[in-house]
Ligand binder design. Structure first.
Ligand SMILES: [Fe+2]
Length: 196
């Protein structure tokens, strides 16, 4: 009985690692962002009292959340300037591409949904579907905060890193707009504890 459970977990982690390597091969910066986002998302999910399989799913979803970018041309992905409207439209396809890569894998259903909805906004102003509040799966609501925070505190070719304080301020200003207000509260509390 137990060995079957372990076999399943092992297979899932092996599949996730295989997919993660595809991101790392295509664009190491995206892979690093996914990795860092994953540790933030797992910490946050723990504070939200997720455990076991759910915590594992959040970890994998975050590690793979930008996997769709492996199909986005490099000149768009690594463009240091402002993207044209067309380029931005192409870039915005990455959640759906990512979803299509993982959706049929065994046990990846919730992970696929988290990937699909990680750019939705709590107020319905995101993409690809414009879903709002609880219509956005919990993993995606957690992921979007971890994703945005990690992006802000990292140096990118198109922007300089913000301080952690400034990034937290932006997250808190987006409470109820871009992000789930309850999860923001937990995130800010988690970060303040770490900073004492
Ligand atoms: Fe993304």
């Amino acid at each position: 009985m137990h060995s079957k459970v372990f076999e399943k977990i092992e297979m899932k982690l092996e599949t996730a690692l295989f997919l993660f390597k595809a991101i790392a091969n295509y664009d190491p910066i995206t892979a690093l962002h996914c990795c860092n986002t994953s540790s933030i998302a797992v910490n946050l999910a723990g504070k939200l009292h997720l455990s076991g399989r759910k915590l594992n799913d959040v970890m994998i979803a975050a590690q793979l959340h930008d996997i769709g970018k492996i199909k986005i041309p490099k000149q768009i992905l690594n463009n240091p300037g402002k993207l044209t409207e067309n380029e931005f439209e192409t870039m915005k396809k990455h959640p759906e591409i990512g979803f299509s890569i993982v959706k049929d894998l065994t046990e990846f259903h919730d992970i696929a949904e988290a990937i699909l909805y990680h750019h939705e906004k709590f107020n319905g102003g995101g993409y690809p579907t414009g879903r709002s509040s609880q219509e956005i799966p919990l993993y995606a609501r957690i992921l979007s905060i971890a994703d945005a925070y990690e992006a802000m505190i990292s140096d990118r070719i198109y922007h300089k890193a913000l301080t952690e304080e400034k990034a937290l301020q932006v997250i808190s200003e987006e409470k109820g707009i871009q992000f789930d207000p309850e999860i923001v509260t937990v995130f800010i509390a988690m970060k303040s504890v770490y900073h004492v």
